[in-house]
Write a protein that binds this ligand. Structure first.
Ligand SMILES: [Mn+2]
Length: 190
């Protein structure tokens, strides 16, 4: 069964349709209308071997805050659907990665536990992009820790954040064939 989730959401500020697949092919299709953000989502898809689809329109005349946050809400919900609440296939659940990009170094650790939240110390990352990360973690139900340990410039720091997120999320969403049922000792994720 394909591990793929979708989400559509329309507000007075944005109109968004997304899809998130866990099993390849490592491509992002569509566009948000914010070139740098698209660059980051492509990195997330490529290094995570995910399928990300995004169709987004928004009030970018006000800046990119609403757009980034709302794409995060939608992709987070789509990811949660793709994982399926942990009711079916057991997943590794935890993932971590430390990723360099030139002079920047980022550490990400995450737990797909059903209790979404982000502790982000991402000096150098744009606030709008950080807002995406927070919404994505919250709505997908992952506990995410993301720390920029070193930064040379904001582009490299942000890109290393997304590459580290991709590798950690890829590891966490891999099926765990040695486990039957839930990935939690409680019997349910959440
Ligand atoms: Mn780049």
């Amino acid at each position: 069964m394909a591990r793929y989730g979708t989400c559509s959401r329309k507000t007075e500020e944005t109109d968004i349709e997304v899809g998130f697949g866990l099993d390849g092919p490592g491509l992002m299709e569509g566009a948000t209308g914010y070139g740098f953000f698209d660059h980051m989502l492509k990195e997330l898809a490529f290094h995570g071997r995910f399928a990300i689809f995004v169709k987004a329109a928004g009030d970018i005349e006000t800046g990119y805050h609403h757009l980034c946050e709302d794409v995060g809400i939608c992709l987070g919900r789509a990811l949660a659907k793709a994982i399926g609440g942990g009711a079916g296939l057991a997943i590794a659940r935890f993932g971590w990665a430390t990723v360099p990009m030139d002079g920047s170094l980022v550490r990400v650790a995450l737990d797909i536990c059903g209790r979404g939240g982000a502790a982000v110390d991402a000096s150098g990352m744009e606030e709008d992009i950080e807002e995406f990360v927070r919404a994505f973690a919250r709505e997908s139900g992952m506990s995410l820790h993301m720390d920029v340990l070193k930064r040379d410039n904001s582009h490299h720091a942000a890109e290393a954040c997304f590459k580290a997120l991709a590798l950690a999320l890829r590891a966490a969403t891999r099926p765990d064939p040695e486990r039957e049922g839930s990935s939690s000792s409680k019997g349910v994720i959440g």
